[in-house]
Design a protein around this ligand. Sequence first.
Ligand SMILES: NC(=O)c1ccc[n+]([C@@H]2O[C@H](COP(=O)([O-])OP(=O)(O)OC[C@H]3O[C@@H](n4cnc5c(N)ncnc54)[C@H](OP(=O)(O)O)[C@@H]3O)[C@@H](O)[C@H]2O)c1
Length: 385
Amino acid sequence: MKRLAILGSTGSIGQSTLSIVEQFPERYSVATLAAGRNLDEAFAQCVRWRPKVVSMATDELALGLWARLREDHISGIEVVHGSAGTVAVATHSEADFVVSAIVGVAGLEATHAAILAGKPVGLANKECMVAAGEILTAAAREHNVPILPIDSEHNAVHQCLRVGEHREVKAIWLTASGGPFRQTPIEQFAAITPEQALKHPTWVMGRRITIDSATMLNKGLEVIEACRLFDVGPEKVRVTVHPQSTVHSMVEYVDGSILAQISVTDMRLPILYALAFPERPASNLTFDLSKLRHLDFEEPDLKRFPCLRLAFEAAAKGGAHCIALNAADEVAVEAFLERKTSFMGIPRTIEAVLAATPESHPATIAEVLRADEDARETARRLLAR
Ligand SMILES: NC(=O)c1ccc[n+]([C@@H]2O[C@H](COP(=O)([O-])OP(=O)(O)OC[C@H]3O[C@@H](n4cnc5c(N)ncnc54)[C@H](OP(=O)(O)O)[C@@H]3O)[C@@H](O)[C@H]2O)c1
């Protein structure tokens, strides 16, 4: 029985993880949970899963949850809050495996603490790998802790890499759906609304990642994530637009063979893979090959999707530039959703923040969080102008 700590349990990935636990009760159980601000869902999860510890984003929310549990005569659940709370959830002695699915750098300290505590991590939170990948992978090597990718593309790459040697890899091909604006003329980009950008053609996900998919910044973050997870330079990571989202990613080997992973577009499969690795439990997440008609692949258009170009540039510089890319995007996406900037205001803000970022390589999580805050401040200042 693997006992799980789920960081971001109320989110899209968190809830899919809980549905896997529901489906495989003989394999997985819930030890601890970390939510953000969704008190109703956190309460419902406490009632259903009876975790040892649950964390909320703030003191006030934690008090609110504690009061509701008391009202319903539910005892034995410790309620904590903030980043110390997420660390307590991730490092709890009864957790054997940590699912890292908080959105943004809010999940960074807990993910790092889980690795230091020797807990294997299933990683959905790509922002953490982008901001502090060098630190996290070094800690994982030192503590002999596996980081198993849940992001579907990296999960696919992880599967394709199982058959070859690192030195035999010629390129990692990340597939991208192209998002809802793959065929929208560039002149119409300025008028794109949050409602249009929130409609992803193939995946149902949280708000930030959905907007990041529409700008293709998400694919850029994944390029950096791939460099860190698989220890390759950005010149070995390629992006191809594949609108069917059937091939989740590929690995090209030096002999010319290209291995691809195909499956349903359902995050429960990569989650199950990460939880069960190196086993493959039988599941009902089957893919009907008879319905497959064609697979299209095309070059991404960097003029219409400048965020992808900016991510490759940040990947080449590493350190503070990757931190700034992620931080500036998070602030700009929030501003776009609040109609304080346009769709193209997102890449403009990121580009300006990157230009203002001095080259540096933060060596600790505290330094990463400081660089992240500096970049956010610059982004806010630029957006306020
Ligand atoms: N969804 C996907 O298909 C998918 C695929 C690949 C990778 N990912 C990655 O997985 C991560 C989660 O994505 P998602 O789509 O599941 O996002 P989501 O639905 O927005 O969920 C985010 C989770 O993070 C929690 N959270 C936010 N701020 C927090 C804070 N300060 N402290 C503690 N918890 C906090 C939220 O809590 P509340 O809801 O309670 O506020 C929620 O549980 C992201 O890094 C994303 O890039 C997602």
